[in-house]
Design a protein around this ligand. Structure first.
Ligand SMILES: Cc1ncc(COP(=O)(O)O)c(C=O)c1O
Length: 394
């Protein structure tokens, strides 16, 4: 499938940083380019054909996303610029309205900063208490403390460092028993697993287009209608209004109440085309390719005695592998790998509390998508064999 991805098709780079962002297939690039070459106009504002068509493109994309994640209604799909903005929207609009002194917000220690810092800020501004679900020695969630004070549970479906798939069903059931609202960070799960928000029974789900083949700058917030309807707007400005008087405003209905300003039509076309592409392959195949890559990579990495692996002795995992090369800083590892044509991520991956919990400063991360091949992994392994030699450690 690499031939569908112009940036990968010359085979020069083994791209293993898919958790940061995925590459874009020709179909997505062409659809976005065609829009700018033949139709571009400001949506929702114009009465002329291009503008009407731009509006239609956004609404078609919204319907496609609703179907893709099995939302009950397209009005439960809010366009944002990324998962981070989606999570902030919930923290500000839902959190500030509904939290009081002493209420509890529960997140996990495995959260990306995007699903951690907004809750910290919310806790500070409302007097709520931020609590954490810790992990067992394999990286799985320990029993969460959900009680009558818990008002918001915000958890990732898949950790962007450990790649572990968290079974959220019990957490969601228990949270709902206590009347808490559940926010799921789907940034790493929606691109890799079939998502069904009704089955999952979450109240909010956040994800980014650029991690699932679409361009950067388009993200999604799914929200249960009854919550979205009760929430005040997050950002204010054009097209999120109904009537504006000198001293007051009434707001548009869902979903536009949460979409202030000019929307990203090119991004909406991109994510819509990306969904078509993903659905043509099918999530069964995507999951099985990633599983094959994991099954191939982990034993090979284990054979390298100078590698420490994290979160790799579990079955419930997608193609994300965090590791360190003994005595070598991850930035040096990534730089040496780059010289060998292998792109990985190095650092704390926006998950500093998780790294501290694991007693690490930083780590390397190789993350796969369905277009990766066993050959990419061979290249990673060969390049890793070089690292300690380059560093003159052997
Ligand atoms: C688990 C998780 N949540 C949230 C985000 C934030 O995504 P974005 O930067 O696209 O907003 C990321 C990005 O890596 C992530 O991995």
């Amino acid at each position: 499938m690499k031939n569908d991805f112009p940036i990968l098709s010359n085979g020069k780079i083994a791209y293993l940083d898919n958790s940061a962002t995925t590459q874009k297939p020709r179909a997505v690039i062409d659809a976005v380019q065609k829009y700018y070459e033949t139709q571009n106009a400001n949506p929702l504002r114009g009465a002329y054909r291009w503008s009407v068509e731009a509006t239609q493109k956004i609404e078609d994309a919204r319907k496609k996303i609703a179907k893709f994640i099995n939302a009950k209604s397209a009005s439960e799909i809010i366009f944002t610029k990324n998962a981070t903005e989606s999570l902030n929207l919930v923290a500000y609009s839902f959190g500030r309205e509904n939290l009081n002194l002493g209420d509890e917000i529960l997140i996990s220690i495995a959260e990306h900063h995007s699903n951690l810092v907004p809750w910290q800020i919310l806790a500070k501004s409302t007097g709520a208490i931020l609590k954490y679900i810790r992990l067992d020695s394999h990286g799985n969630f320990l029993e969460p403390d959900i009680n009558s004070k818990t008002k918001i549970v915000a958890v990732t479906q898949i950790s962007n460092v450990l790649g572990i798939k968290n079974d959220l069903s019990k957490i969601i059931e228990r949270a709902h028993e206590f009347g808490a609202v559940v926010v799921v960070d789907g940034a790493q799960s929606v691109p890799h697993l079939k998502t069904d928000v009704q089955k999952l029974d979450c109240d909010f789900l956040a994800f980014s287009g650029h991690k699932m083949l679409a361009p950067m700058g388009i993200g999604v917030l799914y929200g249960r209608k009854k919550f979205l309807e009760s929430m005040p707007p997050f950002l204010a400005g054009g097209e999120m209004i109904e009537y504006v008087e000198e001293q007051s405003t009434t707001f548009a209905d869902l979903p536009h109440k949460f979409e202030a300003g000019t929307q990203n039509v090119g991004g909406a076309i991109g994510i819509s085309t990306a969904i078509d592409y993903l659905e043509t392959i099918g999530f069964e195949k995507i999951e099985s390719i990633e599983q094959d890559l994991l099954d191939y990579a982990i034993p090979k990495l284990r054979d390298l005695k100078f590698i420490d692996l994290y979160g790799c002795d579990v079955e419930n995992k997608i193609g994300i592998i965090a590791f360190n090369v003994k005595d070598v800083h991850p930035h040096d590892v990534a730089t040496i790998l780059d010289k060998n044509g292998v792109a990985i991520r190095a650092g704390d991956h926006c998950a500093q509390p998780l790294h501290r919990f694991l007693n690490l400063n930083s780590s390397c991360r190789a993350s796969f998508y369905f277009y990766n091949t066993r050959e990419d992994i061979d290249r990673l392994i060969d390049a890793l064999k070089n690292v300690r030699k380059v560093m003159r450690l052997e």
